[in-house]
Design a protein around this ligand. Structure first.
Ligand SMILES: NC(=O)c1ccc[n+]([C@@H]2O[C@H](COP(=O)([O-])OP(=O)(O)OC[C@H]3O[C@@H](n4cnc5c(N)ncnc54)[C@H](O)[C@@H]3O)[C@@H](O)[C@H]2O)c1
Ligand SMILES: [Fe+2]
Length: 375
């Protein structure tokens, strides 16, 4: 087990879940989803922290809602926990983050450890959570340094049971985090270093993790990629691929990573100037995408061609991961989109991720991206 101290106290490696034994004897709230609970991970985590003083809440559903956050808060308060351990994908970790923020607001301080079981959202090291307001039909990204977990336990062996489709979606989420961070307005040399390594690892291992999910090396590399991409975007910011994915997820109830995967090629084309004939060939973001093409080993070419190669590489990867190319293939029809189009565009323009996008989009440009994403 290696100790990787960055934002939080981070441990990494097979068996690193044993680090939970540090909480032996404390009042621990374990928050997880029913799948993780059924496969025994929550019980073994409870076992590591001693008998009788921890309690499990395993009611987490994908895409946290305000109601789920309130329920999680009530649970933590009801058992008077002084430690909360989130075990699961982004949904479990994000729910606890939002709950921690509510508790902070009440002046209650609780130690927060995150154990991701997907690779992933990077949520274990970011200051960011996304909560769905069901009544308003929108996903709300919240950014606050008080919700960065105090400890992250990155035990990639926990991801070996992740189903193929979830491996594909969460892996494309990693690639989207790193790519958006690499061109985002808040980038710097340190976030670049994290993003570059995340991109090399993710492009080099995602397909293998998808094909051979029970092998160590691809799962280990994807867990590291997820962590590094999280470190990159928590400082650099994201962009309109995430803004559009948030709006589509709220409107059509699709997994976050799948939405990103479908939208990403179109956002690169937009930011990279491919929409414009002989376009913003030398625009800063086009040059950055060309750099990414070089980093992941695509054939060397001029800027515009390199951006095109990158788009094609992502489309090919999506195809190999059985991710559809369009929303139509997911069953969204033109009438559904027409009905929601104006609302989606507005929510993209208002999304907290949009200001970090390297090119400021207008409503017409977002609309054109949506038309292409629909298919
Ligand atoms: N906070 C951040 O920085 C950040 C970044 C990106 C996305 N998100 C949010 O994270 C959420 C998505 O998280 P996610 O993609 O990790 O998915 P998730 O947590 O919703 O999990 C997806 C599915 O995978 C299953 N699963 C998870 N781990 C498993 C395992 N080890 N074995 C078997 N099944 C397993 C879950 O039970 C669930 O059915 C969204 O709400 C999204 O908005 C947050
Ligand atoms: Fe994401």
């Amino acid at each position: 087990m290696e100790k990787l101290s960055m934002n939080s106290n981070v441990v990494f490696g097979a068996g690193s879940i044993d680090a939970l034994s540090a909480f032996n004897g404390r009042h621990v709230a374990i928050v997880t989803d029913p799948v993780i609970s059924k496969n025994g991970i929550a019980d073994s985590a409870a076992g590591l922290m001693g008998c009788g003083r921890s309690a499990i809440f395993d009611n987490i559903a994908p895409d946290p809602t305000l109601e789920q956050v309130a329920e999680c808060c009530r649970f933590i308060e009801s058992i008077k926990a002084d430690v909360v351990v989130a075990i699961g994908g982004g949904s479990a970790i994000d729910t606890v983050k939002a709950a921690v923020l509510v508790l902070c607001g009440k002046g209650e301080k609780i130690y927060f450890a995150a154990v991701p079981t997907t690779a992933g959202t990077g949520s274990e090291v970011t200051n960011y959570t996304v909560v769905k307001d069901v009544a308003a039909g929108r996903k709300i990204p919240i950014s606050d340094d008080r919700i960065v977990p105090d400890m992250a336990i990155l035990d990639y062996t926990l991801t070996k049971t992740v189903p193929k489709a979830v491996t594909a979606f969460t892996g494309m989420d990693v690639i989207t985090h790193a790519l958006e961070a690499y061109v985002a307005n808040g980038k710097n040399a340190v976030t670049d270093a994290y993003a570059e390594k995340a991109l090399r690892l993710a492009f080099g291992n995602l397909h293998e993790a998808y094909l051979h999910g029970d092998e160590d090396a691809p799962r280990e590399n994807m867990m590291m990629a997820s962590y590094l991409a999280g470190l990159a975007f928590t400082k650099a910011g994201l962009g309109i691929c995430h803004s559009i994915a948030h709006a589509l997820g709220a409107a059509f109830k699709m997994p976050h990573g799948e939405a990103n995967a479908i939208v990403l090629p179109h956002v690169i084309a937009f930011n990279g100037g491919l929409d414009v004939p002989f376009g913003a060939d030398k625009s800063p973001s086009a040059l950055r995408y060309a750099e990414v093409a070089r980093i992941i080993g695509l054939p060397s070419a001029g800027t515009r061609l390199s951006v095109q190669y990158l788009v094609r590489e992502i489309e090919n990867l999506n195809n190999k991961l059985s991710i559809p190319k369009t929303l139509m293939q997911l069953g969204v029809n033109a009438a559904d989109m027409k009905e929601r189009r104006a609302g989606i565009i507005q929510s993209v323009l208002n999304d907290g991720c949009t200001p970090a996008n390297p090119v400021e989009p207008d409503a017409g440009q977002i609309g054109r991206i949506l038309d292409r994403v629909l298919g």
